[in-house]
Design a protein. Sequence first.
Length: 320
Amino acid sequence: MNRKIFLSTISKIFFSAIASFATAQSYSSEQEKIEAATTATVLIKTHLKHGFLEDEDATARWTGSGFLIDREQGWIITNAHVAGYGASSIRLRFETQEKFANAKKVFLDGKHDIAIIQIDPERIPETTKALQFDCDYSLKRGNRVFSLGHPEDQDFTVSFGVISGIKDFHVDGSYYTTDLVTESGSSGGPVMLASSGAVIGVTTAGFDNSDIGFVTKSSDICPILELLKDGKNPARPKFSFQTMIADKKISPLIGAIFDSDLPLRLGDEILSWNGNLWSPEDHGDLPDAMRGYTQPTVQLSVIRDGQEMSLNVPVEPGKS
């Protein structure tokens, strides 16, 4: 499935935690990289039975891509719109298999359109290895990349292209742009550096009547995976306020307040949370920066009328 959707870098405090999902594999040739990607990629068939608003359909069936990221856990990553937000049945198979295995949802993230699904590890072919993310990758225009997927029912198809830039959808996140084949069935597949074979993102969406495709960035994915690996909830916490959009970008200024008891005021500028410096440009929006936060309140340092002050603000845990 490839839904045409409009979709920041995650807080740097997570980067030191990268372990099992970070780049570790080495390949002797480009062909070896392609073969490793092919064996790790899965064909996903989803039957949406009771759709949510995000699904856009009440019931539907579609095909998508995904790839193995943790063999021991049986974890496979794909797009949230491939797994379906509402009640759905998910089946998948690897290239060498004829029979499909049932999968269940572990976690969905609507912000970056990412889903982790799980199968019985016994159903994974013996020679299949999990693909590894380059969690520290940053944009280098012209980097040669390749992807695996099932565009227009062309199962387990490889395509080559380049990372061409980045598109910032502001409150909906930022994505790498690419000329990789991005058609119905491509969503959820790995996007890998041709030079190293490391995964730098997930094929997520494309534009109608355009060759431009969008890739969810590894820097937005890795913090979610690390929190899951540690048994923590990686959902974005919820607040009773919003920061405003200024010059078409997320700003640190309070733009809306939904609880009159909050100590915040419109126009307050957020500097940090619990002593952690925060800016939208460096860390994405505040809920992204605070993934995994479980306390009922957070101390926000703000500037108001030229004076810095600390305010305790309630936090609601996020849900998948």
